[in-house]
Design a protein around this ligand. Structure first.
Ligand SMILES: C[S@@+](CC[C@H](N)C(=O)[O-])C[C@H]1O[C@@H](n2cnc3c(N)ncnc32)[C@H](O)[C@@H]1O
Length: 491
């Protein structure tokens, strides 16, 4: 496609936190299946293809007793990662240059993460990636891989090949992106209304136009972008002594919003194993992308997730009663709703009370054992929590970050979010390893000021809010409450 020696020098690839790759989230999926993954708070974590540390640095900051190593081939990205770690005075994270194709055996690690790497590197590097992960994992350790998958990947390939064709003569990275965008626009615009191909290209057009140059260049136009069926990657991993554990979030393996007859359709495809069940679901959903967990082949055999295993975990849930005056203590049916409008109904008083406690603790987690201890029907509660998790309404983790659920007198934002906001980033990382959009200048200014030294009056002054006293105070209070709700304020 082009002659660049390292395409990642052409456009720096901005790193991010990927919530499902956090060891706490990975461990929770292991615990659900009866495994005993290593303690996250003191874990040794390896990230292969770590880029600029956007994923590893927040983990290292949030788990100060852990030890973190990031490996990448791109020296400039590693330099940015080291600068960020130094700015945050982290001493538990190291970034090393290394080529996946030539990397020797590393130390041992409890969690190995490779996000955005497997599908985007040469086959030899892909093979070595699995060999390195196998060699590095401790007995109960977990591996996280994200990759493009088929059958949905076939559709992406159509657009990728169109863009590659349109940019075959281009060598400048910016020109490649510009030509790729206009090619998709042109071909989409040439379709007749109602045409299936036109509808499909329209869908892509938004993606191609809205993506950052770096995102489009590296994710869609990299030299390598190979989607694989889940059955293929599982076989590949098995050749390296690694066993499929689960998708990184149970929600991805549930029927979710698919129509009830879908379960029948799935049975018709006669999946004989869990992996074949996953594969059948991918055909039903036309899945394009996966985040999958693996264990060592010889590790303890996982079970299917069972409710009693949630007992050892922490839960987060933003669900709130749709009717704020709903009665929780009787057997009346109450509907709960999350921020995206997804709903769950229950008439079980203990489940209703537990959901109310989770809402009260939001954005922080609650120990599920504390909920079941307070219940006469712990079994029903565990079942409801597991069901809520499978529905994507309750998040599970073994790690409980120290989050403020309301602003204090002198609020303090995560030092990483402060550094990101001060540098003008449109996105900051919260204490739950999630990406939070902050596109307005005022929001960034406020986050950058929240170092725990300023009270509300000092913050109003520093923000230069010239409005009338109480109005300015109300605006600040609302903004701070919002930042707390987003999991950005430290306890
Ligand atoms: C698509 S980026 C993903 C970066 C980061 N993990 C993320 O998801 O934001 C792929 C990364 O893999 C690195 N990479 C590609 N080929 C490599 C190789 N052979 N050895 C080591 N790193 C490689 C690139 O430098 C780049 O940082």
């Amino acid at each position: 496609m082009n002659e660049l020696t390292d395409t990642y020098d052409a456009f720096p690839y901005p790193g991010h936190a990927f919530p499902r790759s956090h060891p706490g989230r990975m461990a929770a999926q292991g615990v659900l299946r009866g495994l005993a993954p290593p303690t996250v708070e003191a874990a040794r974590v390896l990230e292969l293809g770590c880029g600029d540390g956007g994923n590893l640095v927040p983990m290292a900051l949030g788990l100060p007793r852990g030890k973190f190593l990031g490996i990448d081939r791109n020296v400039a990205a590693l330099e940015r990662a080291r600068e960020l770690a130094a700015a945050l005075e982290l001493t538990n994270v190291e970034f090393r240059a290394g080529d996946l194709e030539a990397l020797e055996c590393l130390d041992t690690f409890d969690y190995v993460v490779a996000h955005g790497v497997y599908s985007w590197v040469a086959p030899r590097a892909r093979d070595h990636l699995l060999a390195i992960a196998h060699g590095a994992l401790t007995q109960d350790g977990l591996l996280y891989l994200s990759y493009n998958t088929k059958p949905g990947g076939h559709l992406r390939q159509v657009v990728r090949e169109l863009m590659q064709f349109a940019t075959r003569e281009a060598t400048d990275a910016h020109e490649i992106v510009a030509r790729a965008r206009s090619a998709v626009k042109l071909v989409a615009g040439a379709q007749q209304p109602g045409d299936v191909y036109g509808a499909f290209l329209d869908e892509y057009l938004t993606r191609v136009l809205e993506r950052s140059e770096a995102g489009l260049f590296h994710d869609d136009l990299e030299t390598w972008n190979d989607p694989v069926y889940v059955t293929e990657i599982v076989n590949h991993a098995a050749r390296h002594g690694l066993r499929f554990l689960a998708e990184a979030d149970l929600h991805e393996s549930s029927m979710g919003t698919l129509a009830p007859e879908t379960a029948d359709a799935l049975d018709e495809l006669e999946p004989r194993t869990e992996v074949e069940q996953e594969q059948a679901l991918d055909f039903l959903r036309l899945r394009m992308y996966r985040q999958t967990l693996f264990t060592l082949d010889g590790a303890k055999q996982p079970q299917v997730p069972v409710p009693r295993n949630v007992e050892a975990l922490n839960a987060y849930s933003p669900l709130r009663p749709v009717d704020p005056d709903a009665t929780l203590h009787d057997a009346s049916l109450v509907e709960f709703e999350d921020r995206r409008g997804a709903r769950l109904s229950t008439d079980h008083p203990d489940v209703k009370n537990a959901l109310a406690k989770l809402a009260g603790a939001w954005p922080g987690p609650v120990r599920i054992a504390d909920l079941t201890d307070a219940s006469d029907d712990a079994g029903a509660l565990r079942q409801a929590i597991l069901g809520g998790h499978a529905a994507g309404l309750v998040q599970l983790t073994t790690h409980a970050p120290r989050l403020a659920s309301a602003p204090s007198d002198k609020p303090r934002a995560s030092p990483l979010a402060r550094a990101q906001a001060a540098a003008g980033a449109d996105e900051v990382t919260n204490l739950k390893h999630e990406r939070i959009q902050v596109s307005d200048v005022m929001g960034k200014e406020l986050i950058a000021l929240l170092d725990g030294t300023r009270d509300h009056e000092a913050l109003t002054q520093a923000m230069g809010d010239g409005g009338a006293g109480t109005e300015a105070e109300c605006r600040l209070a609302a903004s701070l409450a919002r930042l707390a709700d987003l999991g950005l304020l430290v306890l």
